[in-house]
Design a protein around this ligand. Structure first.
Ligand SMILES: [Zn+2]
Length: 675
């Protein structure tokens, strides 16, 4: 019997992938990939695009496609046995891809290919794929020699260690805090949060009291709903000083931050850049730190009047309705919740009755079919669970792509929503013709019960549209080179453009009307309810925007200004003085738990959240101008953005679609900020 992970180019039979087939398949595929690596760097394979692809890309694609199938199953149908074989194989898969990415012989071969007289005749798509390979080798230190190379490697290891320490300190500081209070102190806090706090205290042998911690399910209800102001101040103070000099020295992140910033600067200089921000932006769409800083300052400047109005409204409400004369940082979540309740209250449960899954899917498919000139047809393929559906996307009867749709939460399935590729579009280098793309679209909605259709919250609907945006980027691509087809090779700060773009439809009244049908009465959503939803969405959007600008500007400045390791607090203070409408208290050590940039991969990249929102809002505004389901605009968006995928710079694609560079006007308008 054949191993289901060794099925060549076909989709694997997901229902046949038992844990015991994984290791034997990886043995074969890793051996093939290693043999291909040795062959491609050897004298038998000339530095020619097709020759190299037919040996090396064929083997690595097969390995990564099979491995992604295993990873996919750990996400949607996990079992202890599968987890064990995954953990057993992960290190050797990682080792192979890390090793080939640093192989000097392979790098030399790619450089020979680029220097080859034939390289000038490569298609622009292939030139882009080749440029990406060379860039990634260079950023991985492949140009360094001797002592420099050793230092680079040492820095990488130390940086990984420091990031790990940073996250551990935040976690330990969060875990290390507990406050036991009598129940009357929790007036206003929802009953379920109080019940959880009583149970937690009891488990600690402090029955009769309530245990509060700095974990969100405990912290947030008190900050948002708790009427005891002194308690809020106490919790807030503990929260914003986590892992700082105000706590135990062994989990103080001050020296960790300093060393991280120093080493990142040194790493950047080794690779030939002036600072870490410049290095970080090389594979991104934004051109330079200066450009990002100017973008953030412009946004901050334009959102400021709206943020000031948000704050004035909040202060007035707090003084008049809550008796809080001097609004403090620990009053803001509480007063905001009260204000939101007073002005825009509506029930999520009421909204859910209008979004039945069949109606939403039908509406979503119709939007895609209309705008992108395709048909979505129900099909079938072996899957990992009976509730999973499989569809074909066709244009003029020809297959464009396919997708699995796995919508419901269940045991063994990772929470959240995501799009993953099962297979990429690729004109295969082994002569097997065109491989069409296949996507996994995964959500965790509540499953239907008692024969009634599943009901989605409006947030669920937005999530579904978001993931379909990623899916369309992957499936509608017309690129035939693996490294730049669909989402592959798309700049990191532009990859959320198509997904966030799709979210806009969920705020479009004409579209939303078509997506709704009350589960009992069949009536569409009432306009008055929609207006409340829209107002709630834009509640305090000015203040929210400034917060994002504050974090992003701080991140970019400390990574762009050499020597910043010695004045982290001063830089943050300066950013707050420039941007914030409500400057936090002097003891606030937000940076000591800013895990995105010190414990994760967002260093000099935090701006990308706002950046992608600007791009997607501006792209959608083209549809607002021409009619949201306008065919000509849809065709242009499809051809210039979706179909080209990573084969062209995102900025060029955007300009080709929009006829100009991105502008922040549309985002501000969508946020209800008069600009
Ligand atoms: Zn996304």
């Amino acid at each position: 019997m054949t191993n289901p992970l060794l099925v060549g180019t076909a989709l694997p039979h997901f229902d046949d992938i038992r844990p015991e087939v994984v290791t034997p398949a990886m043995d074969v595929l890793l051996a093939d990939a290693n043999a291909a690596l040795e062959r491609v760097v050897g004298p038998d394979v000339p530095p020619d695009f097709d020759a190299m692809s037919s040996v090396f890309t064929v083997a690595t694609e097969r390995l990564s496609r099979a491995w992604r199938a295993v990873e996919h199953l750990t996400g949607v149908a996990d079992t202890p046995e599968l987890r064990a074989v995954h953990a057993e194989n992960l290190p050797r898969i990682t080792e192979f891809f890390t090793r080939q990415g640093a192989d000097e012989r392979l790098y030399a071969k790619y450089r020979a290919l680029a220097a080859n007289a034939d390289a000038a005749r490569l298609s622009p798509v292939r030139r882009k794929a080749l440029a990406n390979w060379l860039r990634d080798f260079k950023l991985g230190g492949a140009d360094l020699r001797g002592a420099q190379k050793a230092r680079y490697t040492a820095i990488q290891e130390r940086l990984a260690e420091l990031s790990r320490q940073f996250s551990e300190h935040v976690l330990d500081a969060t875990d290390g805090y507990a406050l036991y209070v009598p129940e009357p102190d929790l007036a206003g806090v929802p009953a379920d949060a109080i019940a959880a706090a009583r149970a937690a205290a009891e488990a600690d042998g402090r029955a009769g009291l309530c245990k509060l911690t700095l974990h969100f399910p405990s912290y947030l209800p008190v900050m948002q709903m708790g009427r005891n102001r002194a308690l809020r101040e106490k919790l807030y103070t503990a929260y914003v000083t986590r892992a700082s000099e105000f706590g135990p020295a062994e989990r103080d992140n001050t020296p960790v931050i300093r060393e991280l910033l120093q080493l990142r600067q040194e790493e950047a200089e080794l690779l030939g850049y002036r600072n870490f921000a410049e290095l970080s932006l090389v594979p991104k769409m934004a051109g330079s730190p200066g450009e990002v800083i100017a973008f953030l300052r412009d946004l901050g400047h334009r959102a400021r009047p709206s943020a000031a109005a948000d704050l004035a409204e909040l202060r007035e409400f707090a003084a008049q309705e809550l008796g809080i004369e001097q609004l403090q940082a620990w009053d803001v979540p509480f007063a905001s919740e009260r204000l939101k309740e007073a002005r825009y209250a509506f029930s999520d449960e009421e909204v859910r009755q209008y979004f039945t899954l069949p109606k939403v899917l039908e509406g979503l498919f119709r939007i895609i079919e209309t705008l992108f000139e395709v048909k979505i047809v129900a099909s079938s393929a072996p899957a990992w669970h009976e509730s999973v559906r499989f569809y074909r996307i066709e244009r003029d009867g020809a297959l464009v792509g396919e997708f699995f749709l796995d919508l419901y939460a269940r045991a063994g399935k990772r929470p959240g929503a995501w799009m993953d590729d099962a297979r990429q579009r690729w004109l295969r280098a082994d002569g097997h013709g065109l491989q069409t793309p296949v996507a996994h679209l995964v959500c965790n909605f509540a499953a239907p019960v008692n024969g009634r259709p599943a009901l989605l919250s409006h947030d669920n609907v937005i999530t579904l549209f978001h993931e379909f945006g990623h899916g369309l980027h992957h499936m509608l691509t017309q690129v035939e080179e693996l490294g730049v087809s669909g989402i592959s090779g798309v700049e990191w700060d532009a990859v959320e453009l198509p997904s966030q773009f799709m979210e806009n439809f969920c705020w479009e009244w004409d579209v939303l009307e078509q997506l709704t049908e009350h589960v009992d009465t069949g009536a569409p959503l009432a306009r008055a309810l929609f207006d409340k939803m829209l107002a709630a969405k834009n509640f305090q959007s000015g203040m929210q925007t400034l917060r994002q600008v504050e974090f992003a500007l701080f991140d970019m400045r400390i990574h762009a200004e050499p020597g910043s390791a010695d004045h982290v607090q001063a830089t943050l203070d300066a950013v707050r003085a420039e941007i914030a409408v409500l400057v936090p208290p002097a003891f606030n050590r937000f940076q000591h738990s800013f895990s995105h940039i010190f414990g994760g991969g967002y260093a000099a990249g935090y701006y990308s959240y706002t950046w992608a929102e600007v791009l997607s809002a501006d792209a959608f505004s083209a549809f607002e101008e021409s009619g949201v389901l306008d065919l000509a605009t849809g065709r242009r968006y499809r051809r210039e953005i979706l179909e080209v995928g990573g084969s062209r710079d995102a900025l060029d694609s955007f300009k080709a679609f929009r006829g100009r560079a991105p502008s922040i006007d549309a985002m501000l308008r969508h946020l209800g900020i008069a600009a």
